[in-house]
Write a protein that binds this ligand. Structure first.
Ligand SMILES: C[S@@+](CC[C@H](N)C(=O)[O-])C[C@H]1O[C@@H](n2cnc3c(N)ncnc32)[C@H](O)[C@@H]1O
Length: 386
């Protein structure tokens, strides 16, 4: 390597090591037919430390690779003076440029610094954790062990809890609720109930009251004992059915993985109570699956069980979302956690809105869907009409 080039690379090394490097570029292709047009280099912070990110700009696409300093210097030498004949170095102390001529000799020029700051971008964006692994309630729920490590086989649940709290956090911020009163219908083992209560009460310092409603007395007893142990005074679990629970004064209704029409019962209770937010993650869609009446010769797609099942899910949840809109909510239907973590990953959220709705249009959309599949009635409609 010629001495000018060596000095230039040493300058790059010093700038990198003293965190004064802003960026570097390699360009000026030798010959016109080069696929690689230029390389853009900048420092980035990765989990393993600060690295140099190279963006290789080809005629039709870009490719990005990260190198440690030694790897980066090696990589530059593959190109500089070979296929790319010029390199620019931008530091916060000076700018420099080296041009390699046909004989391989380098010519260096220096000028005042164009940049005053060297910002190292972080590429390992730490995802905000809404639920800390150190939370004591996670130990009680057997998601973490005594050392606050996630137990084997529980990391999907932990991810699900975090995602759920993140979603509710976003929704609550859309509303102007001072006091949050939540009913969690079919609270089960209370994973999400505890996490949400803890986040709202202890992180956001909200005035919050949460009731878990659950059929199984053993779960009620267990959850109430944990709530007591954690001093979660405004969290309680009550034995009862979704259908027969009288909801007074709630503004958030949650129903996660309540089977089949229990989700409809919960949505109905939420609408009836005038909840500001209704959040549910449906589970099994038997009612509509049974109600679909189509001639499989006319609709051959539905001849196959798996398609029928998926279609039933989509119809059930579309009609739920439309009925919520008809009742003054803005609905969303989305995957709330990647399907690799759980199959039960669809979420319907509904936020009460003062926006005018086109009821005729919504009714005709619901009727249209039902007619298309020969469905006489969606269970949520039955409840609303009752
Ligand atoms: C699949 S678990 C989900 C638990 C919790 N919501 C979660 O997502 O982790 C469903 C729970 O709902 C309860 N459940 C089912 N039907 C119910 C009903 N009609 N009323 C109250 N609870 C019900 C079950 O006992 C069970 O604990």
């Amino acid at each position: 390597m010629n001495s000018e080039l060596q000095t230039f690379l040493e300058d790059l090394q010093k700038a990198f090591e003293s965190n004064t490097l802003v960026k570097a570029t390699l360009g000026k292709t030798r010959g016109k037919t080069q696929e690689l047009k230029n390389i853009y280099i900048r420092p980035v912070e990765l989990k393993e430390g600060v690295r140099l990110s190279f963006t290789y700009r080809y005629a039709t696409n870009d490719q990005v690779k990260n190198y440690d300093l030694a790897g980066a210097l090696e990589e530059i030498q593959k190109y500089l003076g070979q296929s790319l004949m010029r390199m620019h170095l931008f530091t916060i102390e000076y700018d420099a440029e080296i041009t390699i001529n046909k004989k391989g000799k380098g010519h260096r020029r220096e000028s005042d610094a164009s940049f005053k700051k060297a910002v190292i971008e972080s590429h390992d964006h730490q995802k905000k954790q809404f639920v800390s692994v150190n939370s004591d309630f996670l130990k009680e729920l057997e998601i973490t062990n005594e050392q606050s490590q996630i137990r084997k086989g529980r990391s999907d649940k932990f991810k699900q809890i975090n995602k759920f709290v993140e979603i509710v956090d976003g929704l609550i911020k859309q509303t102007e609720m001072d006091e949050i009163r939540i009913a969690d219908m079919g609270s089960g083992k209370g994973y999400l109930t505890f996490a949400l209560y803890d986040y709202l009460k202890n992180n956001l310092k909200k005035n919050v009251e949460v009731d878990g409603i659950e059929l199984r007395p053993d779960l009620i007893e267990k959850c109430n004992a944990i709530a007591k142990k954690m001093n979660f005074e405004q969290l309680s679990f009550k034995e009862g059915s979704i259908q027969n629970t009288e909801l007074k004064d709630i503004n958030v209704l949650i129903a996660l993985h309540a089977c089949d029409t229990a989700t409809d019962d919960a949505i109905y209770k939420g609408i009836e109570a005038g909840a500001e937010l209704i959040i549910c993650s449906p589970c099994c869609h038997k009612q509509i699956r049974k109600a679909i009446q189509v001639d499989s010769d006319e609709q051959p797609m539905l001849k196959y069980g798996i398609h029928l099942e998926r279609q039933a899910e989509m119809i059930t949840d579309t009609i739920r979302a439309l009925i919520l809109e008809l009742n003054g909510y803005e609905s969303k239907v989305f995957e709330f956690i990647n399907s690799e973590h759980t199959g039960k990953n669809l979420m319907i959220t509904a936020v009460k809105s003062s926006r005018m709705v086109d009821s005729d249009k919504l009714v005709s959309q619901i009727e249209g869907l039902k007619n298309q599949y020969g469905i006489k009635e969606h269970y949520l409609e039955t409840l609303i009409k009752s």
